[in-house]
Design a protein around this ligand. Structure first.
Ligand SMILES: [Zn+2]
Ligand SMILES: [Zn+2]
Length: 135
């Protein structure tokens, strides 16, 4: 199983764990865009129990378009976003790809929420694409 680790910009929040990446997606939804400040977010979905977090991320709660309760976990000192939770996917943690130490593991397999992507964002035609979140 791959070893995953990472940290926020200031280093006050760190994480590590050995676990399979269940899915990796580029998410073009407007919530990811606003939350990350980037044109889209790349997310790794892993088993929450496999990841140990040190430090105390702050939690922001909001509702997704689907009605799910969403949590964004970020460093209160430097503002880096690290993790997310979705009430429709219990025990699953999403990790923002940009905070991962293992760059070589970042290989998204799908693009989701293409309906709300920014026109200028390039899309890899070899990846599966979905207008919203499938499933
Ligand atoms: Zn920080
Ligand atoms: Zn999103």
């Amino acid at each position: 199983m791959p070893k995953l680790s990472g940290k926020c910009l200031c280093g006050n929040i760190k994480f590590n764990g050995d676990t399979e990446i269940k899915l990796m997606a580029n998410c073009h939804c407007s919530d990811c865009r606003a939350a990350t400040g980037a044109a889209y977010g790349t997310l790794l979905f892993v088993d929450e129990d496999a990841i140990q977090v040190t430090g105390s991320p702050k939690v922001f709660n909001h509702k997704a378009e689907s009605g799910a309760s969403m949590e964004k976990l970020f460093c209160p000192d430097c503002g880096s976003q690290l993790f997310g939770r979705n009430s429709n996917r219990p025990k699953t943690l999403s990790i923002r790809a940009g905070v991962l130490d293992q760059d070589s593991l970042v290989k998204p397999s799908v693009n989701v929420f293409l309906d709300s992507k920014i026109d200028s964002t390039p899309i890899d035609p070899d990846l599966k694409g979905f207008p919203k979140m499938p499933g």
